[in-house]
Design a protein around this ligand. Structure first.
Ligand code: COA
Length: 170
């Protein structure tokens, strides 16, 4: 008997994804990933999550810098969370975590996080997008290091982020 594929998606249900990170600060790499994700998801929740890093910007400052990249795009929400990402996703009823992959070296860490998140919340899927070739070498730590030694980061972060970094580090 011929099997037919059944469309189980509900047309009224908005497809949302959570994009978690430290964002200390947001870079053009993150902006590129979020912009591309908006062609796949109806809404992206950028979640400033707790990590073991020691950020130079407060959570509130990081939130402002992120919001400054997207103006008032209603498809983007910027939130903060103190606890577990899996618990936040459960509470918000969002089943997709969005992450970027820049190089093979990212894979092991991402694989561990995706697996742990699934263990904590079995309905949670992690969706990966490859970083674009312009940004695959960018990360927040390198950006901070380059600017603190007087290097040019104008192609790596949006102008308002560059200004904030200069005020903080120069
Ligand atoms: N382009 C360029 N750079 C990118 C990028 C992209 N598309 N995607 C990530 N990066 C960079 C970031 O700038 C960052 O650089 P840095 O290490 O120099 O700061 C690095 O890649 C990875 O950072 P980010 O994507 O912000 O993730 P993270 O590893 O800092 O975040 C959390 C980890 C916050 C998602 C994780 O710790 C978490 O979920 N915390 C909540 C608590 C929890 O649930 N813990 C259990 C997790 S299983």
């Amino acid at each position: 008997m011929k099997k037919t594929l059944k469309d189980t998606s509900s047309p009224s249900k908005a497809h949302r994804a959570i994009y978690p990170g430290t964002f200390d600060p947001i870079t053009n790499g993150h902006v590129d990933l979020i912009t591309r994700a908006l062609s796949i998801f109806d809404e992206v929740i950028i979640l400033i999550a707790h990590s073991s890093k020691n950020p130079i910007f407060t959570q509130e400052e990081r939130k402002d810098l992120i919001q400054g990249c997207f103006k008032k795009d209603p498809r983007i929400k910027v939130e903060k969370v103190e606890g577990l990402l899996a618990d936040y996703a459960k509470k918000m009823k969002v089943n997709v975590i969005l992450r970027g992959l820049r190089a093979i070296s990212d894979f092991e860490y991402e694989f561990q996080m995706a697996t742990m998140n699934k263990r904590l919340h079995p309905g949670l899927e992690t969706f990966f997008l490859m970083a674009s070739e312009n940004n695959f070498f960018v990360n927040s730590t390198l950006v901070k290091e380059v600017i603190s030694h007087g290097g040019d980061i104008s192609t790596l972060v949006p102008p308002h982020v560059e200004k904030a970094l200069k005020e903080k580090l120069c």
